[in-house]
Design a protein around this ligand. Structure first.
Ligand SMILES: Cc1ncc(COP(=O)(O)O)c(C=O)c1O
Length: 404
């Protein structure tokens, strides 16, 4: 695939697979080594002063930046703006949550309001509650399918600074209209942040639709192997990212470690191959589940009868690797399935090369009241599945024996 606008720009897969860095030595390493160093030796005090003042390129101290994080950031900038005429800036953090918290700390001030989608990642909601209390800010939840509701809020509240969206999102794998949200943000001069973790930069580019910020829990598809924690924030406003957010990360110490950055870079090299395989396997598994007598409903964006299928087709390259299904016999059936799976793994994460299952009602959302769970489609029989890149037949055979 090569559809970059600029002829000198490399193709998406060339960007992810090759490490370009300063090759000063006669024989240099094939891949960027892990810089297990907290600090860097400066050539002279004058150079040190320039590096600390960010007047010249160079590394001052690994909490500020280091070569392994920088390499990942440079790739992410190219991936999120691939084929677009935008000069974005990416920063790598120690986790997805650190990327989100640094965005809020850099952008918002006491009295500001955020309009957020109701069904976002649970810890993001936890953070919003904590943040509003500590920093005297307001977070208002809205149905992001209903742009009239958001527009009414934007008209009535003059302190809104940010729209916060997650697409595709948990638990029923819904998709939100990035084009409509981008237009709304521009009309009311507020920023739009999109958590694009479930899609990865290969399947979806929110900047294309007017988003100001893109967030990824790099722990998921970008790493792909469950070997590292990381978070990405990509911003359209280069100066804001390079000054405000960079400084916030420096002060709070939220940068990703060299080892995790290195793992992340390795994983990213096969991103497109994995995402295509995750997508094709998911469709096969989703179609199988639709025929199973124990299953009431299957939620996968790639299925033509999913309510968001057409929208996903418009704004995503493929439908991704996460699906959910509802078991007819509710809680007991969900719990039983978790006990019986052998080949697939029972764990709450997603985006790894192997297949992961979890039952929100008895696991991740067991502390949430049944009434609140059902408001967001987390029924007692709902099972979430992150479909891996194994042979689909083995995943199906495991489900077949576990659903008996
Ligand atoms: C959509 C989404 N955003 C953010 C996060 C937080 O990422 P991390 O666990 O890397 O902090 C997660 C984690 O599961 C997630 O699923």
């Amino acid at each position: 695939m090569k559809n970059a606008k600029n002829k000198s720009q490399k193709g998406f897969n060339s960007i992810t697979s090759q490490d370009t860095f300063n090759k000063e030595m006669r024989a240099f390493p094939h891949t960027l080594p892990i810089y297990t160093t907290s600090t860097f030796i400066y050539e002279s005090p004058e150079i040190a002063q320039q590096i600390f003042g960010r007047k010249v390129d160079g590394f001052a101290y690994s909490r500020f930046s280091h070569p392994n994080a920088q390499l990942v950031e440079e790739k992410l900038e190219k991936m999120e703006t691939f084929g677009l005429d935008i000069k974005a800036k990416a920063l790598l953090f120690s986790s997805g949550m650190t990327a989100i918290t640094n965005l809020f700390q850099s952008l918002l001030r006491p009295g500001d309001c955020v309009i957020a989608q109701g069904n976002i990642y649970g810890t993001s909601v936890d953070f919003f509650s904590h943040f509003t209390e500590v920093y005297k800010m307001e977070v208002v939840y809205a149905d992001f399918k209903n742009t009239d509701e958001i527009e009414a809020l934007l008209k009535s509240k003059k302190n809104v600074k940010l729209l916060y969206c997650e697409t595709p999102s948990n638990p029923t794998i819904s998709c939100y209209d990035l084009n409509a949200l981008g237009k709304l943000a521009a009309k009311y001069k507020v920023k739009l942040a999109v958590d694009s973790t479930f899609a990865s930069p290969y399947l979806q580019q929110p900047l294309k639709y007017g988003a100001d910020f893109v967030i990824h829990s790099a722990t998921k598809y970008l790493n792909g192997h469950g070997t590292a924690l990381g978070g990405i924030l990509v911003g359209r406003d280069y100066e804001f990212m390079n000054n405000k957010v960079w400084k916030n990360r420096k002060i709070t110490g939220g940068i990703c470690s060299a080892f995790d950055s290195w793992q992340l870079n390795n994983g990213m090299k096969t991103l497109s191959l994995r995402m295509d395989k995750h997508s094709s396997n998911s469709l096969t598994v989703a179609k199988y589940l639709q025929t199973h007598p124990a299953v009431k409903a299957v939620h996968y964006l790639g299925l033509k009868d999913h309510p968001d299928h057409a929208l996903a087709k418009k704004q995503m390259k493929n439908f991704g690797g996460v699906l959910a299904f509802d078991l007819k016999d509710g809680y007991k059936a969900g719990n039983k399935l978790m006990k019986k799976i052998k080949f697939c793994h029972l764990t709450a994460s997603l985006g790894t090369i192997d297949t992961l299952l979890q039952h929100p009602a008895s696991m991740s959302h067991s502390f949430v009241s049944k009434e609140q769970r059902e408001k967001y489609g987390i029924t007692d029989g709902l099972v979430r599945m992150s479909v891996g890149i194994e042979d689909a037949i083995d995943i199906i055979q495991d489900l077949e024996q576990a659903l008996k």
